[in-house]
Design a protein around this ligand. Structure first.
Ligand code: URA
Length: 432
């Protein structure tokens, strides 16, 4: 029997831990035998010391073994695809990708997480839809992927319970942004939920956990290795997170924007990333097409309304109200005017993300309850020219006091300059 305090000390002192001892710690934690405070200390030791490749593989494997696993190929008799992001601000990509890919005839099954730090989580966004059930039984999950073509669920007591626990703990102990912990968290969910081909969106920039392209590449390579060792195909998109993605930041606001994008009326940068991800997923699927044809089919599904129909089927199958009028709306909307004319030189993603958390869109402690209605809609982005008094952003708030604080925070996130700077692409690099 391992002694957690001893393992914490050995990791703190830089030792490489044997896979069986690491596994015992993680499995003991998920059974409730290792307390939160010891696991938090262990995560902090990992934060400073990192994990070797062998330790990262052992951690991922133990997290998967904490629950059940699904083989979707065996259950459906065909290839299922999945998509995941390392987390960003305004990143509602999966919400739009799922129904578009399903409308193209490719099943997508996905297990998501909640918001971490200043980044939003797909599950929190989905829970802003009245009635939407994030916890399906494994049988319900498999049946929905087969019959509806798309299911997005949360970590449950059955699938990767260790990630559900660790995710919440890391969020409030400043131990999210460690490469091995992120890789194990994401890949344990992807491997347990059973899809064969996975597109990973690795965010890079001030609003991402990976601040540099080099770190993002290392994370991508680790996740690809974890996927390949389990016989899965993995493609990583390294994408810009120096400014929020799209316009909406905040749960129900992001669901609205994802639906608008599925209907062909989304913001340009977000639409571009969604179509890129769809093209890659369709090229990895069993349709036998390349990325160019995948892109063409994804665009066609948006234009002919089949993607919106798939959205409705998916949300309703999971118990939700597909009509956007059912989404919660904040009582106050206040504008952020530009203090002077100029060009948007930068728009800090972390600044906007934190302003949204302070409005109530994210958690500050493990048990915080999210306000799904509040958030921010940015109207001016990097490269845009604005005139004095022009609206930079809209704040959706619960109280005047919160709105005033958010106005100041969002204003501080904008840098206006005299020189126009190009907006730059969202997709920075592809790693295979
Ligand atoms: N997304 C996850 O699922 N896990 C992490 O640790 C970070 C982002």
């Amino acid at each position: 029997m391992i002694r957690p305090a001893e393992l914490i000390q050995r990791k703190r002192d830089g030792e490489e831990l044997p896979p069986d001892e690491l596994a015992e710690l993680v499995l003991g934690y998920s059974r409730g035998e290792v307390p939160d405070y010891q696991m938090a200390a262990f995560c902090m030791a990992v934060y400073f010391r990192g994990l070797s490749r062998a330790e990262t593989f052992a951690l991922t494997d133990a997290m998967i073994r904490s629950g059940e696993t699904i083989d979707l190929r065996a259950a459906l008799g065909r290839k299922v695809v999945d998509k995941h992001s390392t987390g960003g601000v305004g990143d509602k990509t999966s919400l739009a990708v799922g129904p578009i890919v399903a409308a193209c005839g490719v099943p997508l099954g996905k297990m998501s997480g909640r918001g971490l730090g200043h980044t939003g989580g797909t599950l929190d966004k989905l829970e802003s839809i009245p009635g939407y059930r994030t916890e399906l039984t494994l049988d319900e999950y498999v049946a929905q992927v087969r019959d509806v073509g798309v299911a997005i669920i949360g970590q449950t007591g059955d699938l990767v319970p260790a990630d559900k626990l660790l995710y919440g703990l890391r969020d409030v102990t400043a131990t999210v942004d460690e490469l091995s912990l992120i890789a194990a968290s994401i890949m344990s969910k992807k491997l347990a939920a059973g899809a064969q081909a996975i597109v990973l969106d690795v965010k890079v920039g001030d609003g991402a956990f990976m601040k540099t392209l080099d770190d993002a590449r290392r994370l991508a390579e680790t996740m690809i290795a974890l996927g390949e060792s389990a016989g899965r195909e993995v493609v990583c998109l390294l994408t810009d997170m120096d400014q929020p993605l799209g316009a909406a930041v905040g749960n129900a606001l992001e669901v609205r924007e994802a639906l608008a994008t599925v209907r062909g009326a989304g913001p340009a940068d977000f639409t571009e990333l969604v179509l890129d991800a769809c093209a890659k997923l369709l090229a990895l699927s069993d349709l036998g097409i390349d990325e160019t044809e995948g892109r063409r089919r994804a665009e066609a599904a948006v234009v002919d309304g089949s993607a919106e129909a798939a959205w409705r089927r998916w949300i309703e199958a999971q118990g939700g109200t597909a009509d956007e009028s059912a989404l919660p709306a904040a009582p106050l909307v206040r504008e952020v005017p530009a203090p002077r004319a100029g060009h948007v030189v930068s728009l800090s993603a972390v600044g906007v993300g934190l302003a949204a958390v302070h409005l109530g869109a994210g958690r500050r402690t493990k048990d915080d309850v999210i306000d799904h209605a509040v958030g921010i809609v940015v109207r001016a982005k990097r490269g845009d020219r604005v005139e004095e008094g022009q609206v930079l952003a809209a704040i959706h708030a619960r109280t005047e006091e919160q709105a005033a604080d958010a106005i100041a925070e969002v204003l501080a996130a904008y840098e206006l300059g005299a020189e126009a700077r190009p907006a730059g692409p969202v997709l920075l690099e592809v790693v295979r």
